[in-house]
Design a protein around this ligand. Sequence first.
Ligand code: 2AM
Length: 170
Amino acid sequence: MRLFIALPLCGDARQALLDVQQDMRNQGVRANFSRAENLHLTLAFLGELEGEAVRAAQEAVLSLKGAAFSLTLDRPGSFGGLYWAGLRKSKPLDALAAQVRRALDQRGLDYDRKPFRAHITLARQVRAAEPFRVELPPVETAAERVVLMQSSRVDGRLTYTPLAERRLNG
Ligand code: 2AM
């Protein structure tokens, strides 16, 4: 199964990103927009794992420690046809991503080792006949849950299923 470790996005920040998507649609943009329940920030991408390795990945997530912290989404960006929301630089976020990697390393699990670049994918395969603007007024959100997610297609829909969850304290 295809796995990754993520901070799910909810509340006001999720709504703010849905508003950005709607604003893009209103400007005639067509795309594969991320569904509300799929909006997330990936901390580590593990790829295909089975059996014992899945259990080790669950343990890695459950082993995480630390307090909840706040994040500010404030920078839309794009790369090719992929549009994302970027975040204000955050030491606690970088520390959490590093902690996730250490927890995976300690269990001998492999993952995508590219440098961590925090982003939340808003839309893929973006196409538009006319130029358009993507604006993202700064919005604050709380990082309070880290989740091991399975990514699969259910009836052709990209679906994320939580396999383990760690709540950050306070
Ligand atoms: P993306 O949104 O920029 O595509 C599930 O695929 C999640 O893992 C997505 O958030 C995806 O980022 C991220 N991811 C990171 N590295 C990946 C990789 N090598 N292949 C697929 N997804 C990756």
